[in-house]
Design a protein around this ligand. Structure first.
Ligand SMILES: Cc1cc2nc3c(=O)[nH]c(=O)nc-3n(C[C@H](O)[C@H](O)[C@H](O)COP(=O)(O)O)c2cc1C
Length: 339
């Protein structure tokens, strides 16, 4: 069934298809019978797990960038995700890069994106989450807040943007993710250097002291880090007692793709996600988990399509996993198939 829907959706430009599918879901889910059919068809079995003080109804989450503005939490909740990461959110709204900025690589079951943190800004996103929480107070969906900096903020002042988003979202999300690993905001990945990271994370930890509850702070890393940079991040995680890592964001590599060079050249820059990221992110997870303290929670992201992929990530140290590109290629049935 999804194959048919997908072949129709794939007739549209990818960003448009994303909006069409989520807005259609939004409309049909308002009909109670349709909602209950969707839930019966797609929702995976509940298998509660407590991780980092949070109760996850299952360990499969939706990665950041899918619901940047927290507009579709009810829809994603109904599909049965264990957790959804909203954002990346920046202090001020921004339009992101020029379109087209999202591309399908069908042969590779992959996507390339250079969205550039398009989002409605932290004030609006906060209001969207509050609206959802007020309307569905019974929901047990865990919501993560993935935060970033505005394009025009210098790297020197970046920590201030992270603090603004952190403070604003503290009462409405369940955990935080510091995103310094998107390839689509110029210079952002330079913040993965140890000293820059230390500044951002310790500032957030200081802010956290002011609240009565302790929300976990995760760092999302790029799969393109050198061995030295990866080791630095492991050291830093111990030094600042980081709560967790998300391994990994999209890659700038184009190695081993089935898609031809001329198509890749015509697409241009951007982060590659999906199947080609599978081995890269798994290898990185394996390396980090072999060296990092067991206290640091690891979330695996990148090229996860099957139950076997999830089993393997768990074997290699992940407590939770996130999907994104596979959801586009396989549809909502993927949750039940994996679980
Ligand atoms: C269109 C698109 C937009 C994304 N936007 C963000 C984002 O804003 N912040 C972020 O941390 N990751 C973002 N990501 C990365 C995903 O969250 C995920 O880490 C990555 O795609 C690898 O997982 P996958 O292979 O399952 O897609 C985005 C990915 C895609 C495809």
């Amino acid at each position: 069934m999804y194959r048919l829907i997908r072949s129709i959706l794939f007739l549209f430009e990818p960003e448009k298809a994303h909006h069409i599918s989520m807005n259609t879901l939004s409309v049909v889910i308002k009909i109670p019978i349709v909602k209950s059919i969707i839930q019966k068809l797609f929702t995976p079995k509940t298998n509660f797990k407590k991780i980092g003080g949070l109760k996850f109804r299952n360990i499969i989450g939706l990665g950041a960038g899918f619901d940047k503005n927290a507009k579709y939490l009810h829809e994603l909740d109904s599909l049965g995700f264990g957790f959804v990461e909203i954002g990346t959110v920046t202090p001020l709204p921004q339009g992101g890069n020029e379109k087209p900025r999202l591309f399908r690589l069908k042969k590779d079951k992959a996507l390339i994106n250079r969205m550039g943190f398009n989002n409605a800004g932290v004030k609006q996103v906060k209001s969207n989450i509050i609206k959802w929480r007020n309307k569905y107070p019974e929901s047990d969906l865990v919501v993560g807040g993935n935060i970033g900096k505005n394009k025009l903020t210098s790297n020197e002042d970046a920590w201030k943007d992270y603090v603004i988003c952190f403070k604003a979202l503290y009462d409405v999300v369940d955990y935080f993710v510091v995103n310094v690993s998107s390839p689509n905001t110029p210079g952002l990945r330079e913040l993965q250097e140890k000293e820059s990271l230390k500044k951002i994370i310790t500032c957030l930890q200081q802010e956290r002291e002011k609240f009565s509850d302790k929300k976990h702070i995760f760092l999302k890393v790029a799969p393109d880090l050198s061995l030295q940079q990866t080791d630095d991040i492991i050291d830093l995680s111990h030094e600042v007692k980081l709560d967790g890592l998300i391994i990994a964001n999209t890659t700038i590599s184009r190695a081993g793709l089935l898609t031809g060079k001329s198509i890749l050249d015509s697409i241009g820059n951007g982060g590659l996600s999906g199947n080609p990221l599978n081995k890269i992110s798994e290898d990185m997870l394996e390396y980090i988990s072999s060296k990092i303290s067991k206290e640091v929670i690891l979330i695996s992201s990148g090229g996860i399509f099957t139950a076997e992929d999830v089993r393997s990530r768990i074997k290699n140290g992940a407590s939770l996993v996130q999907i994104w590109t596979s959801f586009i290629y396989e549809g909502p049935g993927i949750l039940r198939k994996i679980s």
